[in-house]
Every structure is written in structure tokens, then in C-alpha cells.
Design a protein around this ligand. Structure first.
Ligand SMILES: [Ca+2]
Ligand SMILES: [Ca+2]
Length: 149
């Protein structure tokens, strides 16, 4: 997947292999996602319109909270949960810029169209998410706009 992760107008690449995402930036292979992530889909998109591409990563991970497990929750938090993350190049590696909490639905397909992140679940239900500068927020359902043949 060709993209421009560092904004220098030369193409970089995202590679998904064995459910891990890595990137090639300026010809160098750089580490991407944690081994704890089981990545099901990844693609590049310029989500904030600054002419630098971000990586959008759909992945599964045990526990909803990752390394920041709230102390007040007792017991194991090791259910496999699905998340979507935005990663951007920080000059040395792909860094998490934003990661969702556990997605309620099983998302089969993610895409970025007309400035919106689209998540389609295994039932064919579509949700739309808008980047607000900090993270993606769910766009309220508007039936007229979403009518599909
Ligand atoms: Ca580049
Ligand atoms: Ca961008």
C-alpha cells in the first residue's frame, strides 16, 4: 500500500504480514504494531487534511484497556476485543495517536471516505466516525443520508 507517512512527497509503504503492521519509510523497514495486536486490516488515509498520511488499523487485543487497566476493575480483563487505531509517523516509528475503546460490534471492514471513517460490521451495519482533532467520534445516524439501494 503506497502512502506518504512522513510528508516528504516520496512514497512510503504499509505492510500487513501475519496480522502485524509494519511500514517502510525512506526505504527503511520500521517497527509497527505491538505483537499483542492481531491486526485484521490496515490502510493509509490523510484523516486530518495536512497532506501527511496516517495509518488506520483495525485490530483485536485481549482486554479493553491495554496497559492502562483501571485499578478499580477487579479480576481478569482478557476478553478478545476489537479496536480501531490511528497511527502516525513520529520520525522513528509508527506511534499510536488515538485508539478506540472496545468496539461494540464485530467490524468486518473499515474504510475512509469523504472525510469520514466508515466501519461496517459483519451484519452489514454501517457506522460513520468523524475526526475531531483528538479522536474519531461517532456521527449520529441520519436515515435519509444513509439510505442505500
Ligand atoms: Ca514519504
Ligand atoms: Ca494527516
Amino acid at each position: 500500500m503506497a502512502c506518504d507517512l512522513d510528508g516528504d512527497a516520496t512514497p512510503d509503504e504499509l505492510h500487513l504480514e501475519r496480522h502485524r503492521l509494519c511500514a517502510i519509510v525512506d526505504g527503511d523497514l520500521v517497527p509497527g504494531t505491538s505483537p499483542a495486536w492481531i491486526v485484521s486490516q490496515a490502510f493509509s488515509a490523510d484523516i486530518d487534511g495536512d497532506d501527511v498520511d496516517e495509518a488506520i488499523v483495525l485490530f483485536w487485543r485481549r482486554g479493553s484497556y491495554g496497559s492502562s487497566h483501571p485499578f478499580w476493575l477487579e479480576g481478569e480483563d482478557d476478553d478478545l476485543c476489537q479496536h480501531v487505531s490511528v497511527m502516525s509517523w513520529d520520525g522513528a516509528r509508527l506511534r499510536q495517536r488515538w485508539t478506540s475503546s472496545a468496539l461494540g460490534a464485530h467490524v468486518a471492514q473499515a474504510s475512509f471516505e469523504n472525510g469520514l471513517l466508515m466501519l461496517e460490521d459483519t451484519e452489514g451495519q454501517l457506522t460513520r466516525w468523524e475526526w475531531d482533532g483528538w479522536g474519531f467520534a461517532l456521527v449520529p445516524w441520519v436515515p435519509q443520508e444513509n439510505a442505500r439501494p
